[in-house]
Design a protein around this ligand. Structure first.
Ligand code: S3P
Length: 180
């Protein structure tokens, strides 16, 4: 895959699309390091995501997210990067991702997202009365941004291994930034 051996696969998609689990499977297959962007944010902030939202608001979290993305994008590859669902909101982030790797959109329907995120207290945006409506609204806003990815891969009904296999097979023919 690729020629430089320094590429990055950057996974984007909504909460519950499987970015972390697919990222783990993909990194293992590639022999690449996995970086979880949310984990970088938490480490730098010294507090958990719900606490960042509570203390600094969503805007504070987005500033931290952008800084973490820029930091990770500057690291040498090969890397697999699992992002948070809202990373695509800022145009600067979309540019950073597209310029530094192959961006892969993990697509899933709202029903699947709802099942995979049920009862998770670590996602402040879903601590609402009607998480289904929230996921639908977020998806309506973000889907056009996710679709700017180099690759789009469907995840419902498939294991992380199967999804990782498809990504691997398609990285070859994707952007020259492909992971090696
Ligand atoms: C968010 C998704 C979360 C996390 C934060 C905000 C979002 O990451 O970054 O809670 O805006 O969709 P996951 O997609 O890994 O749950």
């Amino acid at each position: 895959m690729g020629e430089s051996g320094r590429g990055k696969a950057i996974l984007v998609g909504p909460m519950g699309s499987g970015k972390s689990t697919v990222g783990r499977a993909l990194a293992q297959r590639l022999g690449a390091e996995l970086v979880d962007l949310d984990a970088v944010i938490v480490e730098r902030a010294g507090r958990a995501i719900p606490e960042i939202f509570a203390a600094e608001g969503e805007a504070g979290f987005r500033d931290r997210e952008q800084a973490a993305l820029e930091e990770v994008a500057a690291r040498p590859g090969p890397l697999v990067v699992a992002t948070g669902g809202g990373v695509v909101l800022r145009e600067a982030n979309r540019r950073t991702m597209a310029a530094n790797g192959t961006v892969v959109y993990l697509r899933a329907d709202v029903e699947t997202l709802l099942e995979r995120t049920a009862g998770d207290a670590n996602r402040p945006l879903l601590q609402v009365n009607d998480p289904r409506a929230k996921l639908e609204a977020l998806q309506a806003e973000r889907e056009p941004l996710y679709r700017q990815a180099h690759l789009i891969v469907d995840t419902p009904g498939r294991t992380a291994q199967e999804v990782a296999e498809e990504i691997l097979a398609r990285l070859d023919s994707a952007d020259p930034g492909a992971v090696d």
